[in-house]
Design a binder for this molecule. Sequence first.
Ligand SMILES: O=C(O)c1cccc(C(=O)CC[C@H]2O[C@@H](n3cnc4c(=O)[nH]cnc43)[C@H](O)[C@@H]2O)c1
Length: 218
Amino acid sequence: MGNKILIVTAVDAERDAVLRGLEGDERFVVIAGGVGPAIIAASTAAALTSAAGSYRLVISAGIGGGFDGQADIGDIVVSTGITAADLGAETPDGERFLSVDELGFGSARVAVDVAQAHRLTDALFTAGMRAIAGQALTVSTATGSAEQAARLAARVPGAASEGMEGYGVAAAAQLAGIPVLELRAISNRVGPRDKSAWRIGEALGRLAQASAVLKEVF
Ligand SMILES: O=C(O)c1cccc(C(=O)CC[C@H]2O[C@@H](n3cnc4c(=O)[nH]cnc43)[C@H](O)[C@@H]2O)c1
């Protein structure tokens, strides 16, 4: 395993924010892998394969939604677990969701080094940031209602952030045998879709700040 760290964002604006924070630290390679779990899994796998043996850690980084009571706009969520929260099946009555774990088709969860997640959270806090260690959820459809937010919070205890890429990045890292973390700068509440309430610019600024701390921790 090499000494480099691969950071994968969805879009260029997130990649550029991370690069601003890293200030040219050559231990880190930062790519924008696309929006959604499938394309970013492919992008991550391609990056890892093209430089096999170079990386010791993969980080999924970007903006994300915060679950009420867990993470507010401007906070940073560091994953203590990464879950594809909508990977499964509905029961015939439409009342319940069965995860792939319950269906026996593998796992929607990727474990992370929780001690490492807490070290990063502590370092972010020391740097004056509001940082939370919690469960990072990946969905293919950004939540747009209070009802869906409640369903997801009940489905994944400790749900703190919602994004659309973490599990894809994590699945590629897991297949390559490389540890993974997810880092989300919260841009909005998970719940009723209200684009006017999104604070994407602020979240990108927090992402840059948090990226500067990565240099101290890893
Ligand atoms: O609903 C809208 O009008 C709208 C406006 C701006 C952005 C979106 C997105 O769906 C962005 C998806 C993109 O950003 C990440 N992200 C940010 N917040 C969330 C969220 O609450 N739930 C899921 N993903 C979120 C995500 O990782 C994507 O890369 C919509």
